[in-house]
Design a protein around this ligand. Structure first.
Ligand code: GDP
Ligand code: IMO
Ligand code: MG
Length: 431
C-alpha cells in the first residue's frame, strides 16, 4: 500500500500537473482534494497539451481511477465540459468519481467574488473570480449546496428557499440589486445533477476500501502552501487547505495512511495575484524568467510575477507538509544565465529572519539575502533529452551544484528533476 501526497511548496503553478501525471504511472487512483476551478494543471503528452481545472491530472491514463474529493469546490458544468473535451480529443479518460459531499460553486458565488474583490481595494488577493472564496465561506457558514443536494429535489428546494433571500440581502448590502429567482436556478441545478449523477459516489468509502485493498493512491494538491488558507500569506491566498493535511480532510484519507509527501519546488518563484513577494524581480530578469518559463496563468492568462527561488518560503513549506522528497521543476528555464541566485534568509531592517513571518507588513519589508551560484550554458531540448537518458551525472556540474545546494540547505532529497514540460523530460534520481 502506498499513499503519496503531491503538494505545491510556493505560490502554485510549480508544475504539479506534470509531476502528478508522471507519478500517476505508478498509482491506481489519483485524487484532487482541495481548491476548485481556480487551479490550472498542465500536462503535456507528445504534441498534446491539456490544462485541467477540476479533473485530477491522472485522468489521461485510461486504466486508472480519478477522484474529485469532498474538499474540492465544484462547477458541475465545468467537470462535464472537461470530460466532454477529453472524449472529443479522442482520449479515453480514467474512471471518474465525484464526491457526493463536495460543495457546489453557485453563480452567485462568482458574482460575490468579483464584488468583494473590488470592495477590498488593496487587500484584494487578485482572485481568479471563480467564486472560490464565497463558496468555501458558505461551506463553513453552513449555507452550502453540495453535490448530493443536486440529486435530491426536496433538499435542494429547501436550501434554495432558505438561502436565496439571504444572498439577495447580502448583494443589497453591497449596493447591488441582484435578484435570484429560485425556479431557473433549481432547474439548472437539477439538470447538472442528473448529468453528473453517473460519476457521483461516496468517495470516502471508495478510497478507504481501496486502501484496504492495498491500492496505490496519489493525492494531488491544488495551489501551493503559500496560498493555503492557514499557512499562506493571509489574506493574499486562496480559501482552502492546499497543504498535505488537506488530503486527510479533503479526501478522507486517515492521517496514518499517508506514506510519502512529495513537495514540488519550482527552481525559481512565480505568483499570480497580489501580496508581498520578497524575491520578486521586477526588471529585465523577471521578464526573462516569465518569457522563458511561459509564466502566464493557465486559468486567467495573467502574466505571473517572477523572482528567484526563496528557500525561506520553501523550507517553511517542507516543514508544514512533512515533505519526504522534492520534485524540482523548470530547472531548464535557468540555463543560459551567468549566475543563479537563491534566497536563503531575509533581512528585516538589519535583523536576520529565517522563520517565515506571519505579519504581511513585516514580510513586505523583508529584503532577501542571496547565495549566488554559478550558472551553466544554454542547453537545447535535444541536449536535455540526452542528459535525461544518461542520468544525473550527465547534468552540467554547475547545474548539479544548484540541485545539491538546495538539498543541503533544506535537508530534503531531490528525487525528481523536471527539465521540460513533456513527460519525457524528467529525470528520476531514485530510478
Ligand atoms: P501547476 O498548477 O502546478 O500544475 O502548474 P501549471 O501547469 O499552472 O504551470 C506550470 C507550467 O510549466 C506549465 O505550462 C507546464 O507545462 C510547464 N512545465 C512543467 N514542468 C516544466 C519544466 O520542467 N520545464 C519547463 N520549461 N516547463 C515546465
Ligand atoms: P494551481 O493549482 C496560482 C491565487 C490567485 C489569487 C489567490 C486567490 O494551478 O497552482 P482564488 O481564485 O483562489 O480565490 O484566488 O490565489 N491562485 C493561484 N495562483 N496557481 C493556482 O492554482 C491558484 N489558485 C489560486 O491568483 O492571488
Ligand atoms: Mg497552475
Amino acid at each position: 500500500m502506498s499513499c503519496t501526497v503531491i503538494v505545491g511548496t510556493q505560490f502554485g503553478d510549480e508544475g504539479k500537473g506534470k509531476v502528478v501525471d508522471y507519478y500517476g504511472q505508478d498509482a491506481d487512483i489519483v485524487v484532487r482534494y482541495n481548491g476548485g476551478a481556480n487551479a490550472g494543471h498542465t500536462v503535456i503528452v507528445g504534441a498534446e497539451r491539456f490544462a485541467f481545472r477540476l479533473l485530477p491530472s491522472g485522468v489521461l491514463r485510461p486504466d486508472k481511477t480519478v477522484v474529485i474529493g469532498h474538499g474540492v469546490v465544484i462547477d458541475p458544468d465545468l467537470v462535464l465540459a472537461e470530460i466532454a473535451e477529453l472524449r472529443q480529443r479522442g482520449v479515453t479518460p480514467a474512471t471518474i468519481y465525484v464526491s457526493d459531499r463536495a460543495h457546489v460553486v453557485m453563480p452567485y458565488h462568482k458574482a460575490l467574488d468579483g464584488i468583494e474583490e473590488t470592495l477590498k481595494g488593496s487587500l484584494r488577493a487578485g482572485t481568479t473570480r471563480r467564486g472560490i472564496g464565497p463558496c468555501y465561506s458558505d461551506k463553513v457558514a453552513r449555507f452550502g449546496i453540495r453535490v448530493c443536494d443536486l440529486l435530491d429535489e426536496e433538499v435542494l428546494q429547501a436550501k434554495l428557499d432558505a438561502f436565496l433571500p439571504i444572498k439577495e440581502r447580502v448583494f443589497a448590502a453591497y449596493g447591488e440589486a441582484v435578484k435570484l429567482p429560485l425556479e431557473p436556478l433549481k432547474a439548472t441545478c437539477l439538470r447538472l445533477g442528473a448529468q453528473l449523477a453517473p460519476y457521483v459516489t461516496d468517495t470516502i468509502t471508495f478510497l478507504n476500501d481501496a486502501l484496504r485493498q492495498q491500492k496505490r493512491i496519489l493525492l494531488e494538491g491544488a495551489q501551493g502552501t503559500h496560498l493555503d488558507i492557514d499557512y499562506g500569506i493571509y489574506p493574499y491566498g486562496t480559501s482552502s487547505n492546499a497543504v498535505a493535511g488537506g488530503a486527510c480532510t479533503g479526501a478522507g484519507i486517515p492521517p496514518p495512511q499517508i506514506t510519502q509527501v512529495i513537495g514540488v519546488v519550482k527552481a525559481y518563484t512565480s505568483r499570480v495575484g497580489e501580496g508581498p513577494f520578497p524575491t520578486e524581480l521586477e526588471g529585465q530578469l523577471g521578464e526573462y524568467l516569465r518569457e522563458r518559463g511561459g509564466e502566464y496563468g493557465t486559468v486567467t492568462q495573467r502574466p505571473r510575477r517572477c523572482g528567484w527561488l526563496d528557500l525561506v518560503m520553501v523550507k517553511y513549506a517542507l516543514r508544514v507538509n512533512g515533505v519526504t522528497s522534492i520534485a524540482l521543476t523548470k530547472l531548464d528555464v535557468l540555463s543560459g544565465l551567468d549566475a543563479v541566485k537563491v534566497g536563503v534568509a531575509y533581512d528585516y531592517h538589519g535583523q536576520e529572519v529565517t522563520a517565515f513571518p506571519a505579519n504581511m507588513r513585516v514580510l513586505a519589508e523583508c529584503q532577501p539575502v542571496y547565495e549566488t551560484l554559478e550558472g551553466w550554458g544554454e542547453m537545447a531540448r535535444t541536449t536535455w533529452r540526452r542528459v535525461v537518458d544518461e542520468g544525473y551525472e550527465a547534468l552540467p556540474q554547475a547545474c548539479r551544484r544548484v540541485i545539491e545546494f538546495i538539498e543541503e540547505a533544506t535537508g530534503v532529497p531531490i528525487r525528481l528533476i523536471s527539465v521540460g514540460p513533456e513527460r519525457a523530460l524528467t529525470l528520476r534520481r531514485d530510478a
